[in-house]
Ligand binder design. Structure first.
Ligand SMILES: [Ca+2]
Ligand SMILES: [Ca+2]
Length: 184
């Protein structure tokens, strides 16, 4: 298993725990943007209230797209897990923290590795390619507001400072908006 697969497996186990801990975790979808690195984020997942006292936990499938991460293959797919403080008021500020793990997928030349990568019976023939994955992890503090509109719908506005394993010049604030359905 690759690290990402291990992470997905652990995340699935965590998700099962989330679903168990809360009678009805909410479904959330969101989008975010980072100006300096021209990054775009898209995510969808589940959030459960009171995973620990006064905090919710979430897990999102997350796409991050930035050519600052990789100019050739800027699309990174992965998961985000994190915690957020909760206040049971209609408009509540919150703070949170999370972890992102993802990877991209790129075709790279493989004609010098003494392996018949494409299993066509010829080893290291001209033009032989293989798939390589570049792993990125990031940790982030997050802060924002959640606006509850009725019993089962809320909007979250947030800023997330993604500290990337690629180095400090790739760190940036992502600003985002998400919608959550079906809590309570
Ligand atoms: Ca071959
Ligand atoms: Ca080869």
């Amino acid at each position: 298993m690759t690290k990402l697969h291990q992470c997905l497996f652990l995340s699935t186990a965590l998700l099962a725990n989330l679903a168990h801990a809360s009678d009805s975790p909410s479904f959330q979808i969101g989008t975010m943007y980072a100006e300096k690195i021209r990054g775009v984020g898209l995510y969808a997942g589940f959030e459960a209230e009171e995973i620990v006292p006064n905090a919710s936990g979430y897990i999102d499938a997350t796409l991050l797209i930035s050519d600052a991460y990789d100019a050739e293959q800027p699309v990174f797919g992965g998961v985000s897990v994190g915690l957020r403080t909760t206040l049971d008021v209609p408009l509540s500020p919150y703070v949170g923290a999370g972890l992102y793990v993802g990877e991209n997928e790129k075709e790279v030349s493989a004609n010098h590795d003494k392996i018949d990568n494409d299993r066509d019976g010829f080893t290291d023939e001209a033009g032989e390619m293989t798939t390589d994955n570049l792993l990125m992890t990031a940790i982030y503090p997050e802060l924002g507001f959640r606006l509850k509109l009725g019993e089962s719908f809320s909007i979250r506005m947030m800023g997330r400072y993604m500290v990337s394993s690629f180095g400090r010049q790739h760190d940036d604030w992502y600003y985002g908006l998400s919608l959550a359905f079906g809590h309570d």
